[in-house]
Every structure is written in C-alpha cells, then in structure tokens.
Unconditional design. Structure first.
Length: 157
C-alpha cells in the first residue's frame, strides 16, 4: 500500500491526515498541544485510536513508545550514528530496523523477513511530505507510526 503523509506547518496540535495513493484520506494524526514530550494519536477516519505514540522525556537519544489499547507494542530507539539515521525497533510482533540518509531523505524499514517499507521525504515542500510504500501483509498503522516517529526525531522544527 502507498500512503502520502503531509503535515500542516501551522496546525496547532499537529493534526494532519494520511492519504492513500488515490489521494483519499485514510488516517488522522492528532498531537497533544501542551505536553511534556511528543504525544500523538494515529486514528481511523471515525477518530478511533489505532495507536498512541509517546516520547520518553529527558533521554540522551530519542526513545518513543507505541501503544495499542494501552499496551506497548513497540519501542523505537535512535542509534548514535554519523551521516545517516538509524533506529532500532523492538516490537511485540517482530523486531525492525529503520535506516536512511537524512540528507537524501530516503529511508527503509526492515524486519527479519526483509524489506517492509520504503520512505521518501519530498524536497522543497511547504510542510513535511512523505511518500510511504508498505508491504500489504504488514501492520499498516504500526509502520505509519514508525514513519511519524522518524519525522519527529529527524525533521521536526
């Protein structure tokens, strides 16, 4: 499945939609306005929460937890690297790695099964815009949550 994530630059509370390849809204992302650390919800169009993303505050390297129904389903840890971006993701489903070149704006997500998703951040857009191609047999909401964490860590602000 192919998605387009375009954040609104001046949106209070970081609310934006995720669209499919036909440019139809398929998910909503809503951030909390006044919170210590980043807190975001990925919801369906009826605003049912699919996953909740929460940054652990006061950490040397960024760490995010992803929850489903109040239970942690994944922990995303940024690795200390030079000239590239790399994350280690421990999940209740399987473990993933997310890596890429922050300057080239190209990223990939791998699991033990192989390539899971390809992510490309567009250049020179007003607001961050990502193209995300996810294997159909993957947990779409979880993988999209990983892309949101990538953006929060590497491109926010």
């Amino acid at each position: 499945m192919i998605y387009k994530i375009k954040q609104k630059v001046f949106s209070l509370g970081a609310k934006f939609n995720i669209k499919d390849e036909a440019d139809r809204d398929v998910f909503i992302v809503q951030g909390e306005v006044f919170s210590l650390g980043k807190k975001l919800r990925l919801m369906d169009l009826e605003e049912n929460e699919l996953v909740y993303i929460e940054q652990e505050f006061f950490r040397f390297l960024p760490l995010y937890n992803i929850y489903r129904h109040g239970q942690i389903v994944a922990t995303v840890k940024k690795k200390l690297t030079l000239f590239r971006t790399e994350f280690m993701i421990e999940s209740s489903q399987k473990n993933y790695t997310m890596e890429g070149n922050i300057m080239a704006h190209e990223y990939t997500i791998f699991s033990d099964d192989g390539l899971v998703a390809k992510i490309s951040k567009e250049w020179f857009t007003f607001g961050d815009t990502y193209g995300v191609e996810i294997n159909d047999d993957e947990d779409q909401a979880l993988i999209l949550a990983l892309v949101i964490v990538l953006d929060q860590v590497c491109h926010e602000g």
